[in-house]
Design a protein around this ligand. Sequence first.
Ligand code: CTP
Ligand code: CA
Length: 231
Amino acid sequence: MLGEHKVGPLSGKRVLVTSGPTHEPIDPVRYIANRSSGKQGHAIARAAAELGAEVTLVSGPVSIPDPPGVTVVRVETAREMLAAVEARMPVDAAVFCAAVADWRVAQAGEEKLKKDGSGPPSLGLVENPDILATIARRKEGRPILVVGFAAETEKVVEHAKAKLARKGCDWIVANDVSHTGEPGSGVMGGDRNTVAIVSAQGVESWPDMDKSDVARKLAERIATALKDKQW
Ligand code: CTP
Ligand code: CA
């Protein structure tokens, strides 16, 4: 709340978190989406607020409640998410947890597509902007600390290292989603996560944890990094 001084290791810091999937319209009633629940991103926003940060959560469509003590900006598409993120700059730390749709339909139908007897429509796709890379590569007003996520189904650390370099962020939180669709950890929509923090310093593997514990540990690590000016 404005004027209210929150006490904690992130007190006085501005933190932005993206969360959830994006929805990319095909026509007014249909869209492309993914299995992201928003649980991990929402938990990170909550944990940062609990450590005293002024937190904005930019979220795609999710069915979970808003975290307490956080300003929530709701968006649908990747392009809306990028605009909302840019509007909140500058911040001290930005955590990009959203499962942004990589592609959108080039020409979404203005009216509902109909079966007209000529067979299925072909959906011409174009690539969405990379929100994380856009912010991480900013010349001016770049957050001090930029954290990305990487959901991988194989060669998790190898792919995360490549993403770190390609996107220009400071850390990649790599998680193994190879078991999506099965019960247990690393399931999109599940409550637990097994992650590794990949940075220029190396790879730090965390044990399997509840998403809320991953969030708290990450928020504490962000607080320490901002305090020590070292990551
Ligand atoms: N991301 C983003 N904007 C996009 C795509 C991804 O901000 N258009 C962010 C995600 O929020 C995440 C990180 O980039 O923090 C990695 O996302 P991921 O989907 O793993 O990487 P991609 O570069 O899209 O590669 P791929 O899906 O091909 O593995
Ligand atoms: Ca992707």
